[in-house]
Ligand binder design. Structure first.
Ligand code: ADP
Length: 273
């Protein structure tokens, strides 16, 4: 059975085509979301189907999630990112009990049970601090790309303390530190530490239970993963493609829903015979 999971995020739209029986990812894509979620969904899905060498009618079910799902027609099946993050993490590692999801404009901490269902969550969607957007603004102030920020931070001897939480004030602080000729690598390391501390602070609302997994686009930043591990004093699992985990969870939920529907149909057929 082939299913698709579509995660229409604030910045990036991710699609995973899943071979549900073997839990094998046949194809995945990540495209900018742009201003129209429905269009982003269509384009990303078409590209993923092409990459998998299948057509839309080969899909048994599709589930959409993410910020942009609310603008979609009801028939397109939508599920919260909380559920999808939990199920995606569970599929990759059934021992996971806490997921940190740091995306473009929000960050979440989700507690899940042994079956991959969320039991509690904490969400920061009010402020850019501690999100991918924060990193992008700071990378720009440092004259680096968001991808390069990681290498820069990893090369630092020691992080400088970034005292301002707010993105606007932290940006001024970075400009001030550069003017005082503080090493850019130390500033990058300080910024990564600040994101990790902010994320750990969010988790205090619901507590953290191991095994812990880091997902979302910001999960690609090794310096943040290392800092988060140090603040939590717990080992952190980072999957190979953290940005795809929510879309993977959506594809897994699509498969579960389809199987449930087939079972209902079979039961109804059976009782009618
Ligand atoms: P959303 O679902 O909100 O669109 P994603 O989980 O797709 O968010 O993550 C997008 C964010 O990931 C962007 O803010 C981007 O800056 C950040 N990002 C992408 N690549 C990297 C990287 N290599 N290191 C750190 N952050 C990254």
């Amino acid at each position: 059975m082939l299913t698709a999971g579509v995660d229409i995020g604030s910045l990036a739209t991710k699609v995973v085509i899943l071979e549900a029986d073997s839990s094998r990812i046949l194809a995945s894509v990540c495209l900018p979301s742009g201003p129209r979620p429905a269009e982003a969904r269509r384009a990303a899905l078409a590209e993923a189907l092409g990459a998998a060498g299948v057509v839309a009618s080969d899909l048994a079910a599709t589930v959409s999630t993410g910020y942009g799902r609310e603008g979609l027609e009801h028939s397109q099946g939508s599920v919260t990112e909380i559920s999808c993050a939990a199920r995606g993490a569970h599929l990759l590692d059934p021992a996971v009990r806490t997921v940190f999801d740091i995306g473009g404009q929000d960050s979440k901490v989700v507690r899940l049970d042994e079956d991959g269902y969320p039991t509690n969550f904490a969400l920061n969607d009010r402020c850019a601090a501690g999100t991918g957007r924060f990193l992008e603004v700071m990378a720009q102030a440092l004259g680096a790309s968001v991808e390069k920020l990681d290498d820069l931070a990893m090369s630092a001897e020691s992080p400088v303390t970034i005292s301002r939480t707010c993105t606007v004030f932290a940006e001024s602080e970075v400009v001030g530190l550069l003017a005082r000729e503080v090493e850019p690598s130390r500033i990058a390391a300080g910024l990564c530490r600040a994101v990790a501390q902010r994320t750990a602070h969010l988790a205090q609302q619901i507590g953290v239970q191991p095994t812990v997994m880091l997902v979302g686009g910001v999960g690609q930043n090794r310096a943040i993963a290392t800092e988060l591990q140090a603040v939590l004093q717990m080992e952190l699992v980072v999957p190979e493609e953290p940005q795809l985990v929510v879309a993977l969870g959506a594809a897994a939920i699509a498969a579960e829903r389809r199987l449930a529907a087939l079972e209902t149909e079979a039961a109804q057929g059976g009782s009618g015979a």
